[in-house]
Design a binder for this molecule. Structure first.
Ligand SMILES: NC(=O)c1ccc[n+]([C@@H]2O[C@H](COP(=O)([O-])OP(=O)(O)OC[C@H]3O[C@@H](n4cnc5c(N)ncnc54)[C@H](OP(=O)(O)O)[C@@H]3O)[C@@H](O)[C@H]2O)c1
Length: 270
């Protein structure tokens, strides 16, 4: 299977690194195209596949084309890509937040799927939200073969994509932000930075393992570590007083709103 990565930054690299590590594809079968030759060279050095700034060099002859650029630049790339692919219609997987498949079909034809991965796909413990309505069995099998090494695949309709993105695509950033805040809180209580950072990181890792390995849900696990009249209860009461759950509700809402803005048509910059 020949894969073309059109745009291969943080997300594209997370995906392709996992594919290469698991032998899902080999570097001889991947080509990438980026905006700047410096980043193409860096990809070539890091992963050993061919990379450059010429779109046609990357996509002509590919079986699968992954759209790994930002939604804001699609006006410059998608029509050009449609023209380059012309009669050749590979399976296209769009990673773009906010952008629905209907918009892309006009330029790229019907063999289209939308993925919303998150960066933990690099470890095989990610999420791939997928909308692949209308694709044939062969394409669905290719998508499954590419998604399985990345983590858990969740099939959703286009209508739920922004919600899935706001929870799962953006989710790791919320956890990292929590980890940063817990580190700062540890420092404020007198721990040195390295120690506070190590503790906060291990808390996230350990709680994640516990959650993954337990039949209980998060609420029950929280109740179990919250002794009546104890320190955890005092901390959680303060968090509740600060309306942190409501803040997260608003944050996820803001992400969905931004997804809807990104769906608005963009004009080519040049
Ligand atoms: N980051 C996440 O956690 C995440 C999660 C889910 C989905 N996504 C989606 O994944 C996509 C990529 O996000 P990202 O965070 O990986 O962005 P990124 O790190 O900024 O990477 C963007 C890539 O697109 C390339 N690019 C820009 N303009 C181009 C052009 N005209 N032709 C060819 N390539 C071009 C960039 O090349 P240069 O490096 O040379 O500029 C870079 O390789 C976005 O659509 C985003 O919505 C991201």
């Amino acid at each position: 299977m020949r894969i073309a990565m059109v745009g291969c930054g943080h997300m594209g690299s997370a995906i392709v690194s996992r594919w290469l590590a698991t032998g899902t594809v080999t570097s001889a079968h991947v080509r990438a195209c980026t905006a700047r030759s410096a980043s193409a060279n860096a990809l070539q050095e890091r992963f050993g596949f061919a990379a450059g700034t010429n779109l046609a060099d990357a996509v002509v002859g590919a079986d699968v084309v992954v759209l790994g650029f930002k939604p804001q630049v699609r006006g410059d790339i998608v029509p050009h890509l449609g023209a380059v692919l012309a009669g050749d219609r590979p399976l296209v997987i769009s990673l773009m937040a906010g952008v629905g498949l209907d918009e892309l079909r006009a330029s790229l034809g019907p063999r289209l799927a939308r993925w919303m991965p998150n960066t933990p796909v690099a470890t095989g413990a990610g999420i791939v939200g997928q909308s692949a309505h209308g694709l044939g069995q062969g394409d669905l099998e290719v998508l499954a073969c590419l998604a399985d090494p990345l983590g858990v695949r969740v099939d959703v309709g286009e209508g739920q994509f922004d919600a899935l993105t706001a929870v799962a695509g953006c989710g790791p950033a919320y956890v990292f932000a929590f980890c940063e805040a817990l580190t700062a809180a540890g420092q404020a209580q007198g721990l040195d930075r390295a120690m506070a950072e190590q503790l906060a990181k291990q808390v996230v890792i350990g709680a994640g393992h516990l959650l993954a390995g337990s039949a209980e849900d998060a609420s029950e696990l929280r109740r179990r570590v919250t002794s009546k009249g104890g320190m955890t209860e005092a901390a959680l009461a303060k968090l509740q007083q600060c309306a942190w759950a409501e803040a997260l509700l608003d944050a996820v809402g803001a992400a969905v709103e931004r997804g809807q803005q990104l769906a608005q048509p963009v004009e080519p910059a040049r």
